[in-house]
Design a protein around this ligand. Structure first.
Ligand code: FAD
Length: 563
């Protein structure tokens, strides 16, 4: 055990362990100490949430950290996100509107048992030469940018102080640095969650006798999806785990489903009986006896941060920074972005580079990204009982996620200062327009809600039947030179703008009776229901109309008769 390190990482969860690997892979002679307060190895199955990965985080784990072999051997391949919407006949799963991929997907993702994964990462980081101490609770951090920081932890009742050049706070919700330096920031998104793990495999294909419905997908593929049962104010997840157990969770808006109605296992069972009778019938018997592995609750899980990286050689990563919402499983994505920015700063600093400018740009980019993501979730739980809106919103959210941030991450754009400036610096830059367009569309979904009240049934939507979505997903891993990447993002933004107009045409024709062929500037889209008048730009050069193939995709997602 040394007394002096290049980097001390506070917390050995997913963020801390992956950061230790990313740093060590890049600079094998770097000395790294990971301090983890848990005394023992993580429990299998009943350890933590964060069990479903999506494309950006999967790329990080598989390609950046080179964990492909481990993930393929020990964790499950995932068959996308799958949604079952509100229905009059919730007891019959086959009659619910279902949205999810049918055929095997070109881009991988995984269902991970967090206990198995973290135990493997602990072993791997030590094999690579990093030091990891279990049962080491960080007590104080004394930041001394020039002389080396001092970190004091307690292990087996004794206080030990070590010195280091860099401190990386990966302590999760304990948020050691945030509490010490008081950079907490409220997040106006107050959603609650409970989750539990059940012993054994749960395959929703067996929840009906309808063989036509069962055989629509290859056997076992529905089982491998992250399943969401959704209705007004909530979603309920079912995630299969490689340890042959199953994770279940309820995530709900307290304005519609007060936390007190489901914050114990017994209450969650009663809540399911009322809101999701089929999961109630199928899951409750499995939770009897030793079938129930754990039950956890988390109130108001969303939190923001005022700071992320400092030129004084410290940074925060993972949940010790910001966390928004688990819908679409983006937790690992944010860890991937966060670790990539932080490790880049540490490496450059240890190589003698002046990092002050980068610290500012990375922090601004990171905070801007979190802020532009907030409208995806904020006030959106009230839409979850509106099937038509949610289907279109999910289509929109996936297109955005694949077309811009995921593609930029895979192309290492977030640590390329020149690219960041090209993409985000100017007021009319592509990056800023991306945020504005997303906000415009998220507001449209809210404005549409009072006019959309139908219940639908007996429909299956495969997102990969949509040419636009399929192409965005297939292209995620395509590598570009920086100039070509900017061109590609420009093209993708143009497609998103057309998609916005195509969606607006349908919604506005339905709500306001406007022409289904209307041309419009996508950045002015609104239904005029908030301010009393539709302030649309339909005349200027920025008013556009979508290509036929984009209209066709939106038609596929549109349940009402076409105008
Ligand atoms: C309801 C819900 C569902 C989610 N579902 C998903 C999902 O499907 N997919 C996904 O990608 N993400 C998901 N997430 C997010 C995911 O859980 C987090 O992104 C992830 O667990 C954060 O990892 P972390 O390493 O930052 O924190 P943690 O995993 O909490 O690790 C922090 C570590 O620091 C240690 N520690 C704390 N204080 C100290 C101290 N003083 N000294 C030493 N050690 C300390 C802790 O023991 C812990 O091991 C979900 C989140 C929620 C709330």
């Amino acid at each position: 055990m040394n007394e002096q390190y290049d980097v001390v990482i506070l917390g050995g969860g997913l963020a801390g362990l992956t950061l230790s690997l990313q740093l060590k892979n890049a600079k094998p002679d770097m000395s790294i100490l990971v301090l983890e307060r848990r005394e023992t190895e993580a429990a299998t199955a009943a350890h933590k949430v964060g069990e479903s990965t999506v494309e950006l985080g999967t790329h990080y784990l598989r390609e950046v950290l080179n964990l492909k072999g481990y993930l393929e051997e020990h964790e499950l391949p995932k068959h996308g996100l799958r949604f079952f919407f509100k229905s009059d006949t919730k007891e019959d799963i086959a009659s619910r509107v279902e949205l999810g991929p049918r055929l095997r997907l070109p881009v991988p993702s995984h269902q991970v048992d967090r206990g198995t994964l973290e135990n493997y990462l602990m072993q791997l980081t030590q094999q690579k030469g990093n030091e990891l101490l279990l049962g080491a609770k960080v007590e104080t951090v004394d930041i001394q940018a020039d002389n080396g920081h001092e970190v004091t932890y307690i292990k087996a009742g004794e206080a030990v102080t070590v010195k280091c050049k860099w401190v990386a706070d990966a302590s999760g919700r304990a948020s050691v640095m945030k509490r010490k330096l008081q950079f907490q920031k409220p997040m106006e998104h107050h959603i609650n969650a409970v989750w539990w793990r059940l012993k054994g495999v749960i395959d929703i294909d067996t929840w009906t006798d309808n063989t036509a419905w069962q055989s629509y997908l290859e056997p076992g593929l529905r089982y491998l999806s992250t399943v969401h049962f959704m209705d007004k104010g909530y979603w309920l997840w079912i995630i299969p785990l490689g340890s042959k157990n199953t994770s279940i969770g309820i995530v709900a808006d307290p304005a519609i489903h007060p936390f007190e109605t489901f914050n114990t296992y017994e209450k969650a069972v009663e809540w399911m009986k009322v809101n999701e009778p089929l999961p109630y019938k199928m899951l409750v018997p499995l939770g009897q006896g030793d079938g129930l592995l754990d039950f956890k609750i988390l109130k108001h899980f969303a939190h923001h941060t005022g700071k992320l990286y400092s030129k004084d050689r410290w940074g925060v990563t993972g949940e010790s920074g910001a966390f928004l919402d688990p819908l679409y499983s983006p937790g690992t994505d944010f860890i991937s972005l966060n670790n990539s920015w932080l490790s880049d700063l540490i490496l450059r600093d240890l190589n003698g580079e002046d990092i002050e400018g980068r610290v500012t740009i990375y922090e601004q980019s990171h905070l801007a990204l979190v802020d532009s993501w907030i409208p995806v979730y904020q006030n959106k739980y009230q839409l979850m009982g509106n099937t038509q809106i949610m289907v279109i919103k999910i289509f929109w959210d996936w297109a955005n996620y694949w077309a811009v941030p995921t593609h930029l991450f895979v192309n290492k754009a977030f640590t390329n200062i020149r690219l960041l400036k090209d993409l985000f610096a100017a007021k009319d830059s592509l990056g800023r327009k991306f945020g504005q367009l997303n906000k415009t569309m998220q507001d449209l979904f809210l404005e549409w809600r009072p006019f959309e009240n139908s219940t639908f049934s007996n429909r299956y939507i495969d997102p990969f039947d949509l040419a636009l979505l399929r192409k965005f997903q297939e292209d995620i891993e395509v590598q570009h030179e920086p100039a070509a990447l900017v061109e590609q993002i420009k093209k993708n933004m143009h497609i998103l703008e057309q998609l916005a107009v195509a969606i607006f045409r349908h919604v506005s024709a339905e709500v306001n009776g406007t022409s289904p062929d209307i041309k419009v500037n996508p950045y002015t889209i609104n239904l005029g229901k908030q301010d009393g008048a539709m302030m649309l730009d339909t005349e200027s050069e920025e008013a556009i109309e979508p290509d036929a193939y984009i209209m066709k995709d939106v038609d596929t997602m549109w349940f009402y008769p076409k105008a």
